[in-house]
Ligand binder design. Structure first.
Ligand code: GDP
Ligand code: MG
Length: 236
């Protein structure tokens, strides 16, 4: 079953080559989606794509957040009719490339697989107290407001079957940050798809900087009730 890992990058020059190497023996195609990173990640990605059969690159003109980058990556991945699984993954080693086969294997048991920090066996490495609270609180907030039976709604290590991405109205999604993760999972659930959570250990990045911002947190806070209202109005 052909699988594509969409890897959004913004200033990940120090991580990308190691990540591409770590994914080389996982039987996946890596689609780097770079938003014209000022640090030259896009040029590095082009070189890696020239060197490795399992690497492809999608260049976008400017940074617009994770959401639009993933949507562009999904469209590119699905354009190949042989692709059955599309994965989301961070390029900064917060998500362990060694976990990719577990996510793919779990796709046999569900339509959407989530790498989950908040189920038994899952954990977070060295994050400080504030980020833990924002992340765990955000997932709980979304879980309660949406009534979604999922423990990690904000995580970005996921594996979609093609049918999920073809059924959900991706054109209607304008979330950019964590809200994008919440929205894609919620829309999948609303559409009747099954979700499987696989425990993962989330590690803090060792090199490069996080792009998390207050705007990303605020977007998630207001988007969750907005999604619920849309669903109640029968528009989702
Ligand atoms: N293409 C693209 N990638 C992004 C953007 N923002 C973040 N990323 C990538 O998304 C992944 C997760 O972002 P990160 O900043 O580590 O977020 P954090 O893990 O929540 O701190 C990394 O691979 C980033 O390079 C963006 O606007 N565009
Ligand atoms: Mg990160």
């Amino acid at each position: 079953m052909k699988a594509v890992v969409c890897l959004p990058t913004y200033n990940e020059r120090e991580n990308l080559e190691r990540m591409v190497d770590a994914l080389a023996d996982k039987g996946v195609t890596v689609l780097v989606v770079d938003d014209n990173s000022p640090d030259g990640t896009g040029r590095l990605a082009d070189r890696l794509a020239a060197e490795h059969d399992h690497v492809e690159v999608l260049h976008r003109p400017r940074k617009e957040g994770l959401g639009p980058a993933y949507l562009a990556g999904f469209a590119r991945a699905l354009a190949d009719p042989e692709v059955e699984l599309v994965l989301e993954m961070d390029a900064d080693f917060s998500h362990d490339p060694a976990d990719v086969p577990r996510l793919i294997a779990a796709a046999a048991d569900g339509d959407l697989v989530l790498g989950s920090r908040y189920v038994e066996g899952g954990s977070i490495g060295s994050w400080g107290a504030l980020r833990r609270i924002v992340s765990a609180g955000g997932s709980l907030y979304a879980r309660v407001l949406l009534g979604a039976p999922v423990h990690d709604l904000t995580g970005g290590f996921k594996c979609f079957h093609r049918r999920v991405l073809e059924t959900v109205d991706l054109d209607a999604i304008d979330s950019r940050g964590y809200a994008f993760q919440i929205e894609t999972t919620y829309r999948a659930i609303r559409a009747g798809f099954s979700v499987v959570e696989v425990p993962i250990t989330f590690a803090d990045r060792e090199v490069g900087g996080s792009k998390m911002s207050n705007a990303i947190v605020l977007e998630a806070i207001w988007k969750v009730p907005a999604l619920r209202l849309k669903a109640l109005a029968g528009r989702l």
